[in-house]
Design a protein around this ligand. Sequence first.
Ligand SMILES: *Cc1c(COP(=O)(O)O)cnc(C)c1O
Length: 229
Amino acid sequence: MKDINTGIAQNLATLKQALPPSCRLVAVSKTHPASVIQEAYDAGQREFGENKVQELVPKHEALPKDIVWHMIGHLQSNKVKYLAPFVSLIHSVDSFKLLEEVNRQGGKAGRIIPCLLQVHIAAEETKFGFSREEVLEVIVSGKVQALGSIRIQGLMGMATFTDNVAQVRKEFGTLKALFEEVRQMNLPPNVEMKDLSMGMSGDYPIAVEEGSTLVRVGSAIFGHRDYTK
Ligand SMILES: *Cc1c(COP(=O)(O)O)cnc(C)c1O
């Protein structure tokens, strides 16, 4: 097992080499201090992902302003306002109610906020997200068209946490198929299927093979997280 903070630049270089040009790397820096993120920044990484508003906001304040911040974790409606002025992409939009609140706060901040719809693909009950039918309903209902301060630019999903490669591949394949299905539809002007966010440290090679354009990798860059601090 790697020590925390060892060889961040090396880990980033190894990952970048493993990813095709069609796939971007979001470095998931949750639980790690700003100094560790700065180390990755100094190695050239600019896109970072966090899963908690209360971590993301102070890190945004403390770190260089050309960092591209991704919100990847479950987002409560009452916290959207803190992210609205600066967040680059919210991966974890898991209800229409949340999408409406992102739209409201985007309007207040004078921005159009890029969002992904999180889709429930795992066998586990605990993961958030839309079903396939709910995604199609959001897109075809016309409800999205009225939301002038958001843009839906793709889908996100998390596979089941398992060593069963076939199952993980099947789940990612299901998400890719939905992505392609939506892409073929007659889409409102503020919907564009270009980002498919799937793959973490344990499963990103499979996700890339299944068509991911955005992997969210934490521990393979920063080492194991210490949740006791
Ligand atoms: C923590 C997290 C990741 C990264 O997990 P690793 O296994 O450390 O790569 C990716 N996506 C989401 C939504 C996460 O919360």
